[in-house]
Design a protein around this ligand. Structure first.
Ligand code: ADP
Ligand code: MG
Ligand code: MG
Length: 250
């Protein structure tokens, strides 16, 4: 059975009632990497926010089933506890709280809600260090305050570290490549690749083809005007690279 099954999903902006998603269909199985691409304003971020239950949007039709559960019946926090993770385009700064303390609190809060054992600081530290290795990051990162004075690349790496530490069956990464130079992009991609297992899936949202040089998707979807208008393999990305979105546009 699919990990995520989206059928004819329609959503409006809650305030203005303007329809943004106009019938999105998408099926993701365990262990797959999917890329959703499309021009600016095509509805990619709206789609990812609707998946996690962002209050700015209201679903007006269709269904989202995650691990056999109806996501639309669940609060955002319960979606996260069920195994959905989303990175945000602009993560917040938390002055005065170190990255390590933040991650420890978030990790234990999650364990409590799941009814699973929490880790004491020493146990948590070894969990953290093992994940730092997976995502290829240095320990000096941990004593910095959350996102304070982070460069664009450091923020992105920190999001991946959060994903690694908290764990998720489906990670939604919205423009994880935005504002990164090629070196930072390669680091972030390496970290994401380190997290891929036969059990976990990733939904990457991106405007640019270059991310797909480093993270190989199972399938690529092109979004236009609130719908997925085309799905294909890496050859679709090559076509985009050569001819741009106009080659695909309906
Ligand atoms: P993308 O991520 O593909 O660039 P978005 O999902 O961010 O596209 O936006 C799709 C369209 O919906 C855009 O025209 C955008 O301006 C509009 N939109 C999305 N969310 C809101 C919102 N909360 N308020 C007003 N307009 C919005
Ligand atoms: Mg945009
Ligand atoms: Mg966007």
């Amino acid at each position: 059975i699919p990990l995520l099954e989206v059928r004819d999903l329609r959503a409006v902006i809650a305030e203005s009632r303007q329809e943004i998603l106009k019938g999105v269909n998408l099926v993701v199985y365990e262990g797959e990497v999917h890329a959703v691409m499309g021009k600016n304003g095509s509805g990619k971020s709206t789609f990812s926010k609707v998946l996690v239950g962002h209050p700015d949007y209201e679903v007006t039709g269709g269904s989202i089933v995650f691990k056999g559960q109806n996501l639309l019946d669940m609060e955002p926090e319960d979606r996260s506890l069920a195994g959905l993770f989303m990175s945000f385009q602009s993560p917040v700064e938390i002055p005065g709280v170190s990255n390590m303390d933040f991650l420890n609190m978030a990790f234990n809060a999650r364990k409590r809600k799941l009814g699973q054992p929490e880790l004491d600081p020493i146990q948590f530290y070894s969990h953290l260090v093992s994940k730092l290795e997976v995502v290829n990051m240095k320990t000096d990162f941990l004593n910095r305050n959350v996102n304070e004075g982070f460069s664009g690349g450091e923020r992105k790496r920190n999001e991946i570290l959060q994903l690694a530490v908290l764990g998720a069956e489906l990670a939604i990464l919205d423009e994880i490549d935005s504002g990164l130079d090629v070196d930072a992009l390669q680091d972030v991609a390496k970290a994401v690749n380190g997290l891929l297992t036969p059990k976990n899936s990733v939904l990457m949202i991106t405007h640019y083809q270059r991310l797909l040089d480093y993270i190989k998707p199972t399938l690529i979807h092109i979004m236009e005007n609130g719908r997925i208008i085309k799905t294909g393999d890496n050859s679709l990305a090559k076509l985009l690279e050569k001819e741009g979105y106009k080659a695909i546009s309906g």
